[in-house]
Structures are given as structure tokens and as C-alpha cells.
Design a protein around this ligand. Structure first.
Ligand SMILES: [Fe+2]
Ligand SMILES: [Fe+2]
Length: 345
């Protein structure tokens, strides 16, 4: 039997809130919001390389030596409530001055680094192995691996960092541990090729596609493949490289994954929703999840190259990856680290 009281709905909601309970009827607004599909998270946004670099150079003067390990500026998406690039990925640029050492530590967050300024004398030590991080190299620092960074050049070194920090924070899995010493003991066998995708190996593969037909959305696109199983670079972050040949104008599409892009070379525009992101070398920009976008190479003659890191592997593991128009179900061609093919791995 139903009893009626003079209580208002609001009064009732307040009363049960004091009991740490909440009626599902109060989530109606959220239900309405997602009934039209998941909304894009964050805004399309672009960070110019000149601005990033100037900030990092000024940070060399402003920040005390004790904070040099942290001389990294993160990209803050203006459309998110947390200081991250996307809901699952944080990205930024780190600068290390000549002779500097960024002290050793490890964390459960997985990281990838893409070289911006540097040669073989800029390197990361991962679990004791030296891994060079030259310009346009991709280097993996999987979850819970020790790492410290060294610059033995006579100029500044800089790289793009991409980590799964917001995801691990959201699922209560974030953990950090300092090494306790400045740097790890370096292993005698020295260079580890399985964590490094050297640009000198990758570039000829990418440019080797010539005039072959490719993706109508991304033109020639390659996926950096994990050397162990051929899967994504990290369980949470996939990395891609795409060549937009001269005159390329991509078609509009969208997918459930969000991406942070870094411009390796060339200039162009990515139209994302109703925002035009005009990019040139070393700029970084974000394409939020679900947002329609297309890429255009501004040059009719010269190539443009984009590196990107996305949460696609995470969504695929959860069976939540979607793209529209539907893709052909074929993964981009894989590229493996250390100048060896999958067959030889
Ligand atoms: Fe780290
Ligand atoms: Fe896309």
C-alpha cells in the first residue's frame, strides 16, 4: 500500500542524501545527455611549438635545479575538468639541458616518448638498458619500468611525453616510486633496440609507399607494433605515423578514441567539428573522442607527416572501439622496433 506524505521531491532527495543514498531518478539529466550518443570529451585544441619551446626555455631560468626532473609542460585541454589532453591521456614536452640528468624513478603509468630535438647522445635508461631518443624516434617506457634521462649533447634535448595518467588515476592504479639514486646502473650489453623505433629505420618504410592507394582518412598510416606480440605499443596507448602526401585532402570521419597528434614535418589543417587547427612542424594538437575530423596537407607538392598516440587499444580491449564510416576492419601496417620485422622477431 502506498502512503502519501506532504514531503516535496526536493526535501526527500535531501533527506536520503544525508543517508548517502541517491535516487536513480536524479540521473535523468545524464541519461538524456547520453541517449543521443556519448558526447565528445574535451575540445579540439592546438599548442604551437614556438610557444611551448619558449616556456620551457624560460623554465630553465625560473625553476630551481631540484625541479629539473619536472621541467615538463603538460597540454591542458580547455574543455576538460582535469589538466590533461584527453580523458585518458596526458601529454606534454620535456626539455633537458646539456649535461643534465633527470633522476630515476618508475610508475605504473605507461609512457611513450617521441623525440623532438636530439641525437643519439640524448637517451633514456629503461630497466638498466640505454635507449637513444634522437629526433623523431619513438621510445617506450612500459608500466613500472625504471627510467632516467640523460643529455650528453652540447645543446638542449626535447621530447613529447604521452602517458595514461588520467586513466590510471580514475581506476585507482596510479603509483610512483623514486629510484633513491640519481641514475640506474647501466647494463653491460648497453643499447636496447626493442624499446626504440629509430627514425632512421621507420622513415624509409613510411616514404616507401610512393603513390600507392591508401586510407581516405589518414593517407599512408602505419601502427607502431609491440615487439612481443605485434599488438599496440602499450596496452593503453597505441602509436601511429601517417604520411599525408602532397595534395592530400582527407574525408570526414570520427571514432570513439581520442588522439594527441604531433607534427613531424610539413604544414596543414585538421578540421575538427567546426574548429580549424592549422599546424606546422613540432606543433601538437588534440582530436577529442567522437568528434568528426579530416586532415588536409596544405602543400600540393610536399609531404606532411603526423605522429599520433591514442587510447584505441584500451577501447578495443573493452570492445568499445567504434569508427564511422565503419573501417574495413584492417589494422594499419605494423612497424617494429630495432630494425627487424615480425618474422625475424
Ligand atoms: Fe617517468
Ligand atoms: Fe581519425
Amino acid at each position: 500500500m502506498t502512503t502519501h506524505t506532504a514531503k516535496s521531491r526536493e526535501q526527500f532527495d535531501d533527506e536520503i542524501e544525508a543517508l548517502h543514498l541517491r535516487g536513480q531518478w536524479r540521473f535523468d539529466e545524464d541519461v538524456q545527455r547520453i541517449s543521443k550518443g556519448a558526447p565528445p570529451s574535451g575540445e579540439p585544441f592546438l599548442w604551437k611549438w614556438t610557444a611551448i619551446r619558449n616556456v620551457l626555455l624560460e623554465a630553465c631560468d625560473v625553476m630551481p635545479d631540484s625541479l629539473r626532473q619536472r621541467r615538463n609542460v603538460s597540454f591542458v585541454n580547455p574543455g576538460l575538468r582535469t589538466p590533461n589532453a584527453t580523458s585518458t591521456i596526458t601529454a606534454g614536452v620535456q626539455l633537458v639541458t646539456p649535461g643534465e640528468l633527470a633522476w630515476g624513478h618508475r610508475h605504473t603509468m605507461g609512457a611513450i616518448r617521441f623525440g623532438i630535438e636530439g641525437d643519439e647522445r640524448l637517451y633514456t635508461v629503461v630497466d638498466g638498458d640505454v635507449v637513444p631518443l634522437a629526433a623523431n624516434d619513438l621510445v617506450l617506457t612500459p608500466s613500472w619500468t625504471w627510467h632516467d634521462h640523460h643529455n650528453e649533447m652540447d645543446r638542449n634535448g626535447a621530447w613529447l611525453d604521452v602517458l595514461d595518467v588520467p586513466l590510471l588515476m580514475a581506476i585507482d592504479q596510479a603509483r610512483f616510486q623514486p629510484l633513491g639514486e640519481m641514475a640506474q646502473q647501466q647494463n653491460a650489453h648497453n643499447v636496447n633496440l626493442s624499446l626504440r623505433y629509430a627514425w632512421r629505420d621507420v622513415e624509409p618504410v613510411l616514404r616507401g609507399y610512393g603513390s600507392a592507394p591508401a586510407s581516405p582518412y589518414d593517407d599512408v598510416v602505419l601502427e607502431y607494433a609491440n615487439p612481443v606480440d605485434g599488438g599496440p605499443t602499450l596496452p593503453t596507448i597505441g602509436c601511429y605515423l601517417q604520411l599525408l602526401r602532397g595534395g592530400f585532402e582527407g574525408q570526414t570521419h570520427h571514432h570513439s578514441s581520442a588522439a594527441i597528434y604531433h607534427v613531424v614535418e610539413g604544414a596543414g589543417v585538421t578540421v575538427c567539428g567546426d574548429v580549424e587547427l592549422h599546424w606546422s612542424a613540432h606543433d601538437s594538437f588534440v582530436v577529442p573522442s567522437w568528434m568528426p575530423h579530416l586532415h588536409v596537407n596544405a602543400s600540393k607538392r610536399d609531404d606532411a607527416i603526423l605522429f599520433s598516440a591514442t587510447d584505441r587499444p584500451l577501447l578495443e580491449a573493452l570492445k568499445l572501439y567504434r569508427e564511422d564510416p565503419p573501417g574495413p576492419g584492417v589494422r594499419p601496417a605494423p612497424i617494429f622496433p630495432g630494425n627487424f620485422s615480425r618474422e625475424e622477431a
